[in-house]
Write a protein that binds this ligand. Structure first.
Ligand code: ZN
Length: 263
């Protein structure tokens, strides 16, 4: 097992830990970028469809060639059968193995193609979905609530409406991410999907866990605030100040260093 495999597996098992309440049974999926500039390959290691994050082992991680599935995004009328055939063909060394990558493999692929993310983690946390499945999912992207939220999640996150998982969702996310990068100059760290869950884009497995944990905390704070008059978002001048304060930038550097050291 390579270091990348063992680090990713550790993240999968941590996200699947029932005490975190992020996923149940086979919910959620996790991947890491595995590009090789010398050979020109664009691969990712991703959870196989149907297995549980909590109990998965090394053989439940598949090496997938993104160049086999990404073209689906620009084809018209992609049927479920065409998608399934591409998914099966994308498994490097898969041979006649019936194992398929996660249904959201194409969305993970898009996020690696469009951003600098090294790790992508998708979960359905109860605390977050309580808001994403409410009439006010936009509360999650209403603004910044406290300094550490800005440090860990960035000043803006994306929210998309419910879209059929697979190729249609991947297309919508690609469009939204491109718009986000055009406006912010950098990719998002969190993408919320209404009535579904969240995608986290990170530089390491530990940072993915850190961002997911912070999102859950933010969701709990928003839900709690609704019993006390609703969330009070910070005015933009405070957000700008926190974003640019030398001590906050120092803290962000420490958090990033700690995340990469732990992996
Ligand atoms: Zn999902």
């Amino acid at each position: 097992m390579t270091t990348a495999h063992s680090e990713l597996l550790r993240l999968c098992n941590a996200l699947g830990d029932p005490t975190r309440d992020l996923v149940l049974s086979a919910e959620g999926n996790v991947s890491s970028r595995d590009d090789n500039p010398e050979s020109g390959t664009s691969h990712m290691i991703i959870k196989a469809s149907g297995c549980s994050l909590a109990t998965m082992i090394d053989r439940d991680l598949l090496l997938v060639d993104r160049q086999v599935i990404s073209p689906l995004l620009d084809q018209e009328n992609v049927s479920d059968d065409v998608t399934a055939a591409a998914y099966r063909a994308s498994v490097v060394g898969g041979g006649t193995s019936p194992r398929m990558p996660s249904v959201e493999a194409i969305l993970h692929s898009v996020l690696y193609d469009e951003t600098h993310a090294q790790v992508v983690a998708h979960t359905h946390p109860t605390a977050v979905n309580a808001i994403l499945c409410s009439t006010s999912p936009e509360l999650l992207v209403g603004g910044a609530l406290f300094p550490d939220m800005i440090v860990v999640l960035g000043r803006r996150q994306l929210l998309l409406p419910y879209i059929d998982p697979g190729v249609p969702l991947a297309r919508a996310v690609r469009k939204a991410v491109r718009g986000f990068i055009a406006e912010e100059g950098t990719g998002p760290r969190v993408i919320y999907l209404a009535n579904h869950g969240l995608f986290v884009l990170a530089s390491s497995p530990d940072e993915a866990l850190q961002i997911t944990t912070m999102v859950v905390k933010v969701a709990r704070i928003i839900s709690g605030s609704l019993a006390a008059g609703g969330p009070a978002f910070l005015p933009s001048h405070h957000v700008d100040r926190i974003e640019n304060r030398p001590d906050e930038q120092y803290r962000r550097g420490l958090l990033a260093a700690a995340a990469s050291k732990e992996t």
